[in-house]
Design a protein around this ligand. Structure first.
Ligand code: HEC
Length: 116
């Protein structure tokens, strides 16, 4: 009986898959805000705007110089986005109410419902 040893060195082919998985989560939340909330817009309008504007069909009196929200909504070219944009910059005849971006969106969406 002859023990026969074969010595065969194995070449280990070390393959390194250099796939560094990097999570690219940043920036995804931008532009994915919740839809505008018209009920909240109505609440804000009654709280902040009704002293001067007629903000809903059930309001009888407003200021003399401020247009009603329904008439604003029916103007040609009106869009909720434009109104929200307008509210981000204080109007000379209106107090600076420090509305947040969400609040201006809700107000714009609410006022848009008055056009019907
Ligand atoms: C202190 C009174 C006052 C308050 C409070 C007020 N407004 Fe006004 N607003 C006015 C007056 C006056 C005008 C008319 C300005 C003009 O014709 O130059 C006006 C005009 C506007 C216009 C029309 C601007 C245009 O392009 O002609 C919009 C829209 C408007 N207001 C939205 C709002 C909203 C929304 C609120 C509440 C968050 C609000 N206003 C609160 C007095 C007010």
């Amino acid at each position: 009986m002859t023990a026969f040893f074969r010595f065969s060195p194995r070449l280990a082919a070390a393959t390194r898959a250099g796939l560094a998985a990097s999570a690219l989560l940043a920036g995804l939340s931008d532009g994915m805000a919740a839809p505008a909330n018209t009920a909240e817009g109505q609440r804000l309008a009654k709280q902040w705007c009704a002293a001067c504007h007629i903000v809903s069909a059930d309001q009888k009196r407003g200021g003399d110089t401020a247009p009603s929200f329904a008439s604003i909504a029916r103007r040609p070219g009106f869009t909720p986005q434009k109104l929200a944009q307008f509210l981000m910059n204080p109007h000379p005849k209106m107090p600076d109410m420090q509305l947040t971006r969400d609040e201006t969106r809700d107000l714009g969406a609410y006022i848009a419902t008055l056009a019907q």
